[in-house]
Design a protein around this ligand. Structure first.
Ligand SMILES: [Zn+2]
Length: 409
C-alpha cells in the first residue's frame, strides 16, 4: 500500500528540481560566449558555471552541439491579445468575453515559456481588466505553465485619448486601458498598484482621432506626478511614446523605459542617453502590422518599417540602452525571438542582441536574480541546437527550457 502510494506520488508529482550538470557545446553567460563550459544546478539555483564543474551526485544532461543561455526575457508582451490578422484589436477589446481572453492568455503564457522566455514584462491587458493578476498567481502556484510575469494590469491613458473610438459620443464603449487625468491620474496609479501592478504603463502620446498622427496626451505635470507616485511605491514606469515630444516629456518625468519611439530624433535620443532612459524599439510589431497590410518582406520596406529602423539607428548612435521586447500579441505568442532577429537585421551586433535579451533586460527591469549564468542566480536556462552567434534562427526552437531548475520543455 505504502509503496503503491509512493509510486502514485512519483507519477503524479510535477517534475521536481534536482541536482543536474548541463554539458552543452558552449555557454552564453549573459555577457560572452564560453566554449566548453558546463553548468551545475541544485534545486532552483545555478551553483557553478565554468570549464570544470563538479558532477558528484548530479544527473548529467548531455547537450552535445547545443548552446546554453540564460532564460530569455521578453520586454514587451500582451498575453491577453492575439494576432491582429486573426482578429483586429478593436474587436478583441469590444467583442471577446473576458473568460475567452483569459483562456487564450493561458495558452499564450505556455507558448512563451516553451519558446525559452522564462520572464515576461506584460504591458497591459488591453481591456481585459485585472485578469493578468490572476494569471500571474496561477503561474506562481503551478496551476498553469508560464514565464515569471511583471504585470502592468490595465495601463493608463489620458481621458479620451485611447480606443476603441468612433461610436455614438453619448455611449460608454469598453476601452483598452484605464482613462484618467489631472490629480485623478495619481489616484489611478495607486489603485493599479494596490490591485497588483508590478509596473505602471502610461501612454504619453496617441492618435486622438482616426487618421490623425500621434500627439502628446498627458501634460508634463501629469507624467511627472504619476511617475513619482509609482517610483515611491517601488514600481518602475514604462511609457508608450512614439513622438519626439511624448518621448521628451516621458524622459523628463523619469520613466524607466520608452516603448516604440518610432519617430525619435537624434536630440530626444541624446536626452534619453543622458538620463539613462531605456528604449524598447518593438520592431517586430511594426514588421507584423506591415505584413498584415500586404507587405511580403521584400525591400524596400514600407514607410512605417523604414521609420522604425531609422529611429532605432539614431537611438543606437546616441548610445541609448536597448531593451528587447517585440510587442508580442500583435503577432503570435511563442514567436518572441522575432524581435531579436529584427534587431540584428537592423544593424545591432548579434552578441549585443543576446546580451540585451538576457543581462540587459534583467538590468533594465532591476531583476538581479536572473538574466545571467552565474552561481546563486535562478536556474532559468534555455538550450538551443547550434550557435545563435552564427544564426539567431536557432532560438526559434529550444531543445530544453528550465525554469527554476525544472524542465518545462
Ligand atoms: Zn504594446
Amino acid at each position: 500500500m505504502r509503496i503503491l502510494m509512493l509510486l502514485w506520488l512519483a507519477l503524479a508529482a510535477p517534475a521536481l528540481a534536482e541536482t543536474i550538470v548541463l554539458r552543452p557545446a558552449q555557454v552564453f553567460d549573459g555577457e560572452a560566449m564560453h566554449p566548453g563550459w558546463q553548468v551545475r544546478v541544485e534545486g532552483a539555483r545555478i551553483t557553478a558555471a565554468g570549464p570544470n564543474v563538479a558532477s558528484d551526485g548530479a544527473r548529467i544532461i548531455d547537450l552535445r552541439g547545443a548552446t546554453l543561455l540564460p532564460g530569455l526575457i521578453e520586454g514587451h508582451s500582451h498575453l491577453f491579445l492575439h494576432p491582429y490578422n486573426e482578429t483586429p484589436w478593436d474587436d478583441q477589446v469590444l467583442h471577446e468575453p473576458l473568460a475567452l481572453r483569459t483562456a487564450r492568455a493561458v495558452v499564450a503564457a505556455r507558448a512563451t515559456l516553451a519558446a525559452g522566455f522564462t520572464t515576461a514584462r506584460d504591458l497591459g491587458t488591453e481591456g481585459a481588466g485585472y485578469a493578468d493578476v490572476g494569471l500571474k498567481a496561477a503561474i506562481e502556484q503551478g496551476i498553469v505553465p508560464g514565464p515569471r510575469l511583471i504585470i502592468a494590469t490595465r495601463a493608463l491613458v489620458a481621458t479620451g485619448a485611447y480606443g476603441p473610438k468612433g461610436f455614438e459620443p453619448g455611449v460608454a464603449v469598453p476601452q483598452g486601458a484605464e482613462a484618467a487625468s489631472g490629480p485623478e491620474l495619481v489616484t489611478a496609479v495607486r489603485r493599479q498598484i494596490a490591485a497588483g501592478a508590478d509596473i505602471i504603463k502610461l501612454y504619453a502620446d496617441y492618435r486622438w482621432g482616426k487618421g490623425e498622427p500621434s500627439r502628446p496626451t498627458f501634460s508634463q505635470d501629469e507624467l511627472t506626478a504619476a511617475t513619482a507616485a509609482a517610483h515611491d511605491a517601488g514600481r518602475q514606469v514604462v511609457a508608450h511614446a512614439s513622438t519626439p515630444e511624448g518621448m521628451r516629456r516621458a524622459t523628463l518625468a523619469g520613466v524607466d523605459t520608452i516603448e516604440h519611439g518610432s519617430a525619435g530624433t537624434a536630440e530626444v535620443f541624446r536626452l534619453m542617453a543622458a538620463r539613462g532612459t531605456v528604449l524598447c524599439p518593438t520592431l517586430a510589431a511594426g514588421d507584423a502590422i506591415a505584413r498584415y497590410r500586404g507587405w511580403n518582406g521584400v525591400e524596400p520596406a514600407p514607410a512605417a518599417v523604414a521609420e522604425d529602423r531609422k529611429s532605432f539607428a539614431l537611438a543606437r548612435a546616441a548610445g541609448v540602452k536597448i531593451c528587447v521586447g517585440g510587442d508580442v500579441g500583435v503577432f503570435a505568442h511563442g514567436d518572441n525571438a522575432r524581435e531579436l532577429r529584427l534587431l540584428a537585421a537592423a544593424g545591432m551586433p548579434v552578441l549585443a542582441v543576446l546580451r540585451a535579451a538576457t543581462a540587459g533586460n534583467a538590468d533594465a527591469f532591476k531583476l538581479a536574480d536572473r538574466g545571467r549564468v552565474a552561481p546563486g542566480l535562478l536556474a532559468d536556462l534555455v538550450a538551443v541546437a547550434g550557435d545563435p552567434l552564427a544564426d539567431l534562427g536557432v532560438l526559434a526552437k529550444p531543445v530544453l527550457v528550465l525554469k527554476g531548475g525544472v524542465a518545462v520543455r
